[in-house]
Every structure is written in structure tokens, then in C-alpha cells.
Design a protein around this ligand. Structure first.
Ligand SMILES: *Cc1c(COP(=O)(O)O)cnc(C)c1O
Length: 437
């Protein structure tokens, strides 16, 4: 029998995260204080983030950063996750390519987001923080953080992008099961929300508006920290557990990827699957292609400009050096809520400038066609976000069909779509469109 799933024991949960900044020839430029235009130091971030996260954010020297033992014990609830050879998908396409996916959908909350929610909540708890707040789009980050906050006995308040709050009621329910306070954003509960609603009472919300509100709440609440689910360097760092495991599992399969693919919102799951492999590109000159799959309606890596931009709509965050569509960009209401973000994070943006990262734009209908084919072939219904990675993987596998090349393709399955079935309903009934492209 051909081996389909490559499984590592709990003892193989990584003991350290991989900090790619240490190995980059051109380091990411620093974040800037928007008032003084001075580079941000870790201490400048302490009022907002857990101190350890702030330290990790600016760490450009330590290649390996220890994962606290308590965090590894929580990771053990669902890690190591399986690496799967997608024989069914290969057959459905008729490709000679070998397709593998890392299945990050198999955890209590259904997406890779938990990999960073757990350490962030842990560092807050260690420091005596009592309250945490955040934004969420489709709700995966909010759900992951609500659960992680519960694990450590922290009170959690989540601003959810209004359109997603309405489109995906069950994610809200999931957050509420874990006792989180969930508010649709923009809301009247913050200065930022009031300003946005005064200018446009029908504003449907975006990750940018929700971040503004969460940051404001964190700054105005005693003993409260703001936790972010993507974009920032420390979040990408935590996600490297994905690629570190995958590296060992690919070795078990006796292969090394020619192409590594992840869908792209703010860059955390793409970083997670890519960076451990990219280290061999940086240090040993291995030739691997790294492809970020973003939605055609929010194409920061292909159409955006490299600039210093705010991470949020109202301009509360430091200025981040990144590919961006502008912090006031209003993404269309696509179902892949987790990909509706205007910017790309400092590390990925630098790697893209340096030619290490490629990007492709996927249209909404093509993403669902790919996701449906994958579901039929492999039995897993992918998250609308993950469908973008699948579509890019299928495109590459089809090229191999034409050329006859037996390339090894690895993509990250960032989450399952079982709470996104309204989106699939619309796709199947033909009412879904390619909006905003
Ligand atoms: C949040 C999310 C994404 C996008 O975020 P990244 O930080 O770019 O990874 C992708 N897939 C799923 C399932 C998500 O929840």
C-alpha cells in the first residue's frame, strides 16, 4: 500500500521556532513611529503587546527562539499535524506531479491560527495581563484566541468585521462558547468606530477598522493587551512550527518540495509553511519556488506598492514597511474573509522585494472550483482562504501535466470550511460572483 499520511509523534513537536530574520541578507526595515518617524524599539510596543512578543518582533539576530514547555504541552492537543500525499487530487488532475499538503485544519478550532494564539495568550498570562482584545475577519483568529484565552483564564473581547459577523454567525457562536465578548466592527463602542460610522453609516467593516477598535480598547483598558493574528513578525515566527514539522515529514516521504504554496492574507500561514524550507534556499542555495496565493480582489503582492503604511484603517499602529494597497483600501466582500487585508507584513515584503517570493492572484470562482475538486478528491472541505492555495497548487500541477515533469508540490491547508458552508451553497447554486476583481 502507498503511504498517504506522514505522522510525527508528539515528542517531535518543535522545541524552537525559526526566526528567518536572522538569516536574511537584507533585513526587514524597522517599523516607524508615525509621529517622530523614529524606528520602533521593543519597549515602544510594550504598552500594546505582551513584552515577549514585542521582543520577538524586533529580534533580527537569534535564528532559533525557544518554545516554552507550557506552550508545547498545549500544542500537543493537536500537534504534530499530518502531512498528506494528495493521491486523489493528483489522479483527478491527471498530473505526474507529487502533491502534498500539510493539514492545519485538524485542531479544535479548525485553522492554523491556534499556533500563535496559544503562545500569545501564554506570554500575556506570564506577565500578569488579565484582558486581551483583538480583531477578526471570518472569525478563525477570534475563535482561536477566544479558546487560547480560556486556556489561560484571560477575558477576551473581539471586534469582528461586520460583514463576516453577519455572513458567518457560527464563528461568532464559537467565540461565545469560549466566553468571548464579540462586537461587530465598525461599532459605536470606540472613538475610531464612531468616526468611521459618522463618515459612512453603511460601512461593512474591514480588518483595518476592526484593528483600530481593538487597539483603542487595549490602550484604554487597564491590564489589557492587543493580540494580532497575522502580519507581524512574531506571528509569522510562531507559525514556523508548520514548516518545521513538514520538513521532517517530507523527509519521511523521501522528497523535498520544488514548490511551496500558501494562501496569503497577512502572511502568517504562508510564512509558517515557507520559512523553514526557505532557510535552505538562503543558507545552501536550494532552488525552491515559494508562491503566495492571494485573492484577485485584494492583490497587495502583485498590485500593491512597497511603502510605509499603517496596519489599520484609522492610523493607530506604527508604520510598517510593506507591500500595501493603502490602509484605506476597501476589499470586496469575498468569502475568504481572512484574506481581506490591505498589506503584507514586513518580512514577506522584503523577501518579495528580494525575489524570493512569487505571488499569484486567484479569482473567487476559481478558488471555489479548486476547493470543490479538492473536497471531492480528498474528502476535506477546505476553508475559502485555503481554496486559494489549492487553486495555485492545481495550476502548477496542470503545468506539470503539460511538460511531463514530476515536480514535488507542497501546500498548506490552512483550515477547513465547515463553518463556511453558506459560501459553498452560493457557489453550488451559481449565485457567487467574482466581486471586486
Ligand atoms: C486567517 C486565515 C488565513 C489568512 O491569514 P494569514 O495570516 O495570511 O495566514 C488563511 N487561512 C485561514 C484558514 C485563516 O483562518
Amino acid at each position: 500500500m502507498k503511504q498517504k499520511r506522514f505522522i510525527l509523534p508528539e515528542s517531535e513537536i518543535p522545541t524552537q521556532w525559526y526566526n528567518i530574520q536572522a538569516d536574511m541578507v537584507n533585513k526587514p526595515q524597522p517599523m516607524l513611529n508615525p509621529g517622530t518617524k523614529e524606528p520602533i524599539k521593543a519597549e515602544d510596543l510594550y504598552p500594546l503587546f505582551a513584552e515577549e512578543c514585542a521582543n520577538q518582533e524586533v529580534n533580527q539576530t537569534d535564528r532559533w527562539i525557544d518554545i516554552p514547555q507550557e506552550v508545547r504541552e498545549k500544542y500537543a492537543y493537536y500537534r504534530c499535524t499530518p502531512l498528506v500525499r494528495a493521491y486523489g487530487l493528483e489522479e483527478a488532475i491527471g498530473t505526474p506531479a507529487h502533491i502534498y499538503f500539510k493539514n492545519e485544519s485538524v485542531n479544535p478550532l479548525g485553522s492554523h491560527k491556534l499556533n500563535s494564539a496559544i503562545p500569545q495568550a501564554y506570554y500575556c498570562k506570564q506577565q500578569g495581563v488579565t484582558n486581551v482584545t483583538t480583531e477578526t475577519g471570518a472569525g478563525q483568529w477570534g475563535a482561536a484566541l477566544s479558546y487560547a484565552a480560556k486556556l489561560y483564564g484571560l477575558d477576551c473581547a473581539v471586534y469582528q468585521v461586520k460583514i463576516s459577523y453577519e455572513q458567518k454567525p457560527y464563528r461568532r457562536s464559537i467565540m461565545q462558547v469560549f466566553d468571548a465578548l464579540v462586537t461587530p466592527s465598525p461599532s459605536m463602542s470606540t472613538r475610531a468606530g464612531k468616526d468611521i460610522l459618522t463618515a459612512d453609516p453603511n460601512h461593512q467593516g474591514s480588518l483595518g477598522t476592526a484593528i483600530s477598535e481593538a487597539v483603542e480598547l487595549a490602550m484604554s483598558t487597564e491590564n489589557c493587551k492587543y493580540l494580532l493574528g497575522s502580519v507581524l513578525n512574531h506571528v509569522c515566527l510562531h507559525q514556523t512550527v508548520i514548516g518545521l514539522e513538514a520538513e521532517k515529514q517530507m523527509a519521511m516521504a523521501g522528497e523535498y518540495p520544488d514548490i511551496v504554496i500558501g494562501c496569503f492574507g497577512g502572511g502568517s500561514n504562508f510564512s509558517g509553511i515557507s520559512f523553514p524550507f526557505m532557510r535552505h534556499t538562503l543558507l545552501e542555495g536550494k532552488k525552491t519556488r515559494f508562491i503566495a496565493a492571494e485573492p484577485a480582489s485584494c492583490p497587495k503582492l502583485t498590485q500593491g506598492k512597497f511603502m510605509y503604511d499603517f496596519g489599520d484603517e484609522s492610523g493607530y499602529t506604527p508604520l510598517i514597511p510593506m507591500f500595501s494597497l493603502g490602509h484605506d483600501f476597501r476589499p470586496a466582500n469575498i468569502h475568504a474573509g481572512g484574506l481581506r487585508y490591505h498589506g503584507a507584513g514586513a518580512i514577506i515584503s522584503q523577501l518579495r522585494k528580494d525575489g524570493l517570493v512569487e505571488a499569484v492572484d486567484i479569482r473567487q470562482l476559481d478558488s471555489f472550483a479548486a476547493g470543490t475538486l479538492f473536497a471531492q478528491a480528498e474528502g476535506i472541505i477546505p476553508a475559502p482562504e485555503s481554496c486559494h492555495a489549492i487553486a495555485a497548487a492545481i495550476d502548477e500541477a496542470k503545468k506539470c501535466k503539460q511538460t511531463g515533469e514530476e515536480k514535488v508540490i507542497l501546500f498548506n491547508l490552512s483550515g477547513h470550511g465547515l463553518v463556511d458552508m453558506t459560501a459553498y451553497d452560493q457557489y453550488l447554486s451559481g449565485t457567487l460572483a467574482n466581486t471586486g476583481e
